[in-house]
Design a protein around this ligand. Structure first.
Ligand code: ATP
Length: 531
């Protein structure tokens, strides 16, 4: 107010006032012009819409609530090849990328790990409005596309389908994605070693990936990893079933009495508490005592270990097996070893495309194995390590670096990424492991390794209740706590051996990946419980 009073009546004040007025006038004029422009734009849009000869051939579909049954044949993107040249197809996929350029829009539609280039161009049948609609669809939206398959002269390197592209006739969004994505599939799919062309070197870190796992899982490598993982389980089941094994299901909620207290998760169980099973071992053994002869199980295993490593999870999938044998536990070792060989062959033969897709993003040496597999005695492994300069006692367990080094030495000498280490020192194995009758410092136990990391641990188990109790006492185990376990063998039990395989580890190491979180769809570790 004071300022206003001081300026009134002075030449300076007059000047200021007219300046202000001029500014206001100019502003109003601009506003009016804009309004007029918008009016004519709206009018031309209206006119465009009225003349939109593509109307009805594009747009957002109403939410599919299963109101109508439409019988329409869809072609899978992976099947779009020269064979379909000039044919009209429908595909449903995600808008991977789009780029509008003048009167046309190039889009890439992705279906799982496959992608195809699409062209939406203004023509006699495609209106400007339809091209505009196409270029405004948000990335990752799900679309239905009707298009003609056309052969291209130049290979399309950015797509899995390189020899054809689609000329779009109709285009509808089925489910729109938010415009802001927490990560771009393009970035999350970038090969680890590649320089990115824009020089930004965008990579998506592991936590961002895992926090947004639904998006992250859409990358071609992840699509391949989890298809191959399903293959590992299927092969495990088929190969063992073929050999007369019976698939069993063991409880995951177990009583306090049957397991020790260490490394187990406690859950409340009505008025008392229970534990999550650390292994199905006791139940596999009971199935053997119950005459099932050969059993396997695929299921969740829980470990309350605060192990923040590249190969430990707090929940993983165990591929466990147990088998009665006649006279020597090597009867079982041979079955397990041969099953691994068959799994490796199955993966190599049936999952070549998936292996290739993963190695595009994470380059690795192909997995090598011998048929039959290599079996080394623990003592031989120790000798090899000593020759390489490692100081290790006869009855020491192998440290993780020792295991890795031995893996490299074995690979160099025998050219295999898979081998069996047999006859571990008795001192480093659990109380229920059968001692070696010829050398009381050794045991009838074994680990199996892929690329120098343990994937299976197994042994002949003690099936004699008195001997089992004696060994437990020696280990300082409270006999009261394992009464149910020991009692399982009181009614006669065949000699038996078995082992537990970590599914995620097998997939990680077969593919040469660096972290087990890459092979667990929704990993659980000491720091992660969601999603
Ligand atoms: P490690 O010495 O590597 O911790 P472990 O001796 O505890 O393994 P076992 O209890 O014998 O392993 O389990 C059998 C198999 O289960 C292992 O060979 C491995 O493949 C897998 N496994 C064990 N612990 C984990 C874990 N925390 N996360 C993922 N897989 C595991």
């Amino acid at each position: 107010m004071v300022f206003e009073a001081a300026s009134v009546g002075t030449p300076e004040g007059d000047q200021a006032k007219s300046k202000k007025a001029l500014k206001k006038e100019a502003k109003e004029a601009a506003k009016a012009a804009k309004k007029e422009e918008k009016k004519s734009q709206n009018a031309s849009q209206l006119q465009e819409a009225e003349n939109d000869y593509s109307a009805g051939k594009y747009g957002a579909l109403p939410m599919i609530q299963s109101g109508d049954k439409i019988s329409r044949e869809f072609t899978h993107v992976k099947d779009l090849t020269k064979v379909l040249a000039d044919q009209t197809v429908w595909i449903r996929g995600r808008l991977h990328t789009s780029r509008a350029k003048g009167k046309q829009c190039f889009a890439v539609i992705r279906q799982q790990q496959y992608s195809v280039q699409c062209l939406i161009a203004v023509s006699d049948t495609t209106s400007k409005a339809m091209v505009k609609f196409a270029s405004n669809i948000t990335k990752e939206s799900i679309v239905d596309v009707e298009a003609t398959v056309r052969i291209v002269n130049q290979s399309i390197e950015s797509c899995s389908q390189k020899t054809v592209e689609l000329h779009v006739i109709q285009l509808f969004t089925v489910s729109a994605a938010k415009s802001q994505l927490p990560l771009l599939i393009e970035d999350a799919s970038r090969p680890v070693k590649d320089e990115d062309p824009e020089g930004l070197n965008i990579r998506v870190n592991q936590d961002t990936r895992l926090d947004n796992r639904v998006l992250d899982l859409r990358t071609p490598a992840n699509q391949a990893i989890f298809r191959l993982e399903a293959g590992v389980c299927q092969l495990f089941r088929d190969i063992l079933t073929e050999q007369g094994f019976v698939e069993i299901h063991t409880p995951k909620i177990i009583s306090a009495a049957s397991e020790g207290g260490a490394n187990v998760f406690t859950v409340s169980y009505f008025k008392t508490s229970a534990y999550l099973a650390q292994s199905p071992q006791l139940y596999k053994q009971m199935a053997i005592a119950a005459d099932f002869d050969k059993v396997f199980t695929v299921g969740a295993v829980f470990r309350a270990e605060d192990s923040n490593t590249h190969r430990h999870l707090t929940e993983f999938v165990g591929l466990d097996l147990e088998m009665a044998f006649k006279y020597h536990y090597h009867e079982v070792v041979d079955v397990i070893a041969n099953s691994f060989t068959q799994i490796f062959k199955g993966l190599r033969d049936k999952f070549a495309a998936e292996i290739a897709a993963v190695s595009q993003q994470y380059p690795v040496e192909p997995f090598t194995f011998l048929d039959p597999p290599l079996r080394l005695d623990f003592a031989t492994g120790v000798k090899m390590l000593r020759e390489a300069g490692v100081e290790i006692g006869d009855e020491d367990d192998l440290s993780t670096p020792d295991e890795k080094l031995l893996g490299r030495l074995v690979k160099k000498t025998y050219d295999t990424d898979f081998y069996i280490l047999d006859k571990y020192p008795l001192a480093v194995r659990p109380f229920y492991t059968m001692p070696d009758p010829k050398d009381n410092k050794k045991s009838n136990s074994y680990d199996m390794f892929m690329r120098g990391e343990e994937v299976l641990s197994g042994a002949q188990r003690i099936h004699d209740p008195e001997f089992l109790a004696e060994r437990a006492k020696l280990h300082g185990v409270d006999l009261e706590k394992i009464k149910a376990y020991i009692d399982a063998f009181r009614f006669g039990c065949p000699p038996h051996a078995g082992g537990g395989i970590g599914m995620e580890r097998v997939v990680m190491l077969y593919l040469g990946l660096d972290n087990i979180r890459k092979t667990s769809m929704f990993p659980r570790d000491p720091k992660r419980l969601t999603p």
